[in-house]
Design a protein around this ligand. Structure first.
Ligand SMILES: [Zn+2]
Length: 264
């Protein structure tokens, strides 16, 4: 496939990079208009509620989900407690319950994709499927185009990308928060930067010097053991991924741009 990203102004991604990281984004949290979180990333955070709270505190009112993501979460939360064990929804169900509280309180807001985004929706879906196929081939597995569950699973990611593209087109700033490598690569093709749980926890480390990098690494591993597993090579090698290099409250290494502003 010819890399489309060239037409859209971003350099094509290396074929082997499983997660598209925007090199211009610093470790330290930089305010953004809309942080579009997908289902996997939210479930992984909700699995350790303390970190869900810290995340919502840091991102404030920018935490947004696409309608399809809110629908997925609410559908899981509606499964009665008694039915959860045999549907393998015990863990996911309790995470969904916690997230529904945040949706209901408005701590997480919901946004619909822009009108007339049907063409873009079809393009994004095709690109996500192409990514699935490439990933399956890479793993040496068979891949079936008419895999309905797989297609349905992408709805949240597709809508999140559509909302982010819409915000950016109208002059705002948006970020996709996902642990899914395919979604990050497709978002990149549409000039939307993606960050994953590893980045979010590193931002928390910069925001709160009390957080211990070892604890953050353990939390990261627990949170991604069941949901939102990162692609190979995208996770933290060790706890230094969650280390803030700030000295005297100045996070120079964590955000070079903040450094420039401070010097002015
Ligand atoms: Zn820092």
């Amino acid at each position: 496939m010819r890399p489309r990203s060239r037409d859209l102004g971003r350099p094509p991604l290396p074929q082997l990079r499983r997660y598209a990281v925007d090199p211009s984004l610093p470790q330290r949290y930089r305010p953004v208009g809309f942080a579009l979180a997908d289902t996997g990333l939210l479930y992984s955070l909700a699995h350790r509620p303390r970190y869900l709270e810290l995340f919502l505190e840091l991102y404030g009112e920018t935490v947004t989900v696409a309608e399809a993501v809110a629908d997925e979460i609410r559908a899981v939360a509606r499964v009665p407690q008694l039915d959860r064990p045999h549907r393998n929804l015990v863990l996911m169900g309790s995470c969904a319950d916690r997230l529904v509280v945040k949706l209901n309180s408005g701590a997480i807001t919901v946004a619909g994709p822009p009108e007339d985004s049907d063409d873009l929706r079809a393009t994004v879906m095709r690109q996500l499927r192409e990514h699935d196929r490439a990933a399956a081939e890479w793993r040496g597995e068979a891949w079936n185009l008419i895999d309905a569950s797989r297609a349905k699973r992408h709805n949240g990611e597709i809508e999140s990308i559509l909302v982010a593209v819409g915000v950016i087109k109208s002059g705002g700033t948006a970020l996709l928060l996902t642990n899914d490598g395919g979604a990050s690569r497709v978002a990149w093709q549409h000039e939307v930067s993606a960050q994953n749980l590893r980045h979010v926890l590193a931002e928390l480390a910069c925001a709160d010097p009390e957080l211990d990098e070892g604890d953050l690494l353990v939390a990261f591993e627990e949170m991604t053991a069941h949901f939102g597993t990162l692609p190979e090579g995208a996770g933290p090698a060790d706890s230094s991924a969650f280390r803030c290099r700030a000295r005297a409250d100045k996070c120079h290494t964590c955000d070079p741009l903040a450094n420039q502003v401070l010097q002015r």
